[in-house]
Design a binder for this molecule. Structure first.
Ligand code: UDP
Length: 235
């Protein structure tokens, strides 16, 4: 196994599947099965999930809601996704703990680093909901920060494209995929991999990122086994 402890970042939008809003139960089930494959290999798994399928803070400003208020709404949206994912993982026989960046005591534990690590050591999948718990951040930054805190080997950013391209492959057919990139190259080429806060955190802490297509069955499993899938960004 190449990676023993991973942090999987899933966007909220990925959970929409074919839908225009909210959560697609088929997609949730598909992700649970993919995660189970690596759980069965003994990989320690932490997950950060976004909230873009429900609400984003920047959206709030357009509707006249204050930005900070909107960001808290976004954080709560990630918690809804996290609860749905938790339920789906448990239905597939996995043990989980949901830890939140903001206190929601009736539904989940607060994030406590040592406790998160202990859960992982005991084989529980830890889902980090509500982002970092502060406005003006994203779940990509949460993924980078939590990965560093729990000493994950890598951030696996599951998307619907199979890596980082020279241009948007959905718009430009001549775009080609990078197999590997250094942080410096990605920065100089202005490639939009994660927001700058997240990206800098990974770079400064030597934490590799792999961008891959989460919707291809077996990709996650083959990645943790060491197969070269997607795009690896490292120092
Ligand atoms: N958010 C926040 N602080 C955090 C994480 C998230 O304020 O630490 C808010 C922010 O408004 C963001 C929303 O939660 O737009 C949903 O997260 P994100 O946009 O990262 O979700 P994704 O794009 O991955 O679905």
């Amino acid at each position: 196994m190449k990676y023993k402890r991973i942090l999987l970042k899933l966007s909220g939008e990925a959970l929409m599947g074919e839908k225009k809003y909210g959560i697609d139960s088929n997609r949730l089930e598909q992700y649970a099965q993919e995660i189970k494959k690596i759980k069965d290999l003994g990989v320690e798994i932490a997950i950060v999930i976004g909230g873009g399928n429900i609400f984003r803070g920047v959206q709030a400003e357009r509707t006249g809601i204050d930005r900070v208020q909107g960001d808290y709404m976004g954080m709560l949206a990630t918690l809804i996704n996290a609860m749905a994912l938790q339920s789906s993982l448990e239905q597939n026989g996995m043990y989980t703990r949901l830890m939140s960046g903001i206190k929601v005591e009736s539904v989940c534990e607060p994030f406590i680093r040592r406790r998160a690590i202990r859960h992982l050591e005991k084989g529980r999948i830890v889902i980090f909901g509500a982002g970092i718990g502060n406005p003006y951040f994203t779940t990509d930054s949460t993924a980078a920060l939590r990965a560093i805190e729990i000493e994950a080997d890598v951030v696996l950013k599951g998307t619907r494209v199979d890596g980082v391209y020279t241009a948007d492959p959905e718009k430009d057919k001549s775009a080609t995929k990078y197999g590997t990139l250094s942080f410096q190259e990605a920065y100089e080429k202005n490639l939009n991999i994660m927001d700058m806060t997240a990206f800098t955190l990974c770079q400064e802490n030597n934490l590799p990122i792999i961008v891959f297509d989460m919707n291809v069955p077996g990709n996650l499993e083959n990645l943790v086994k060491g197969e070269e899938i997607g795009t690896l960004i490292s120092s």
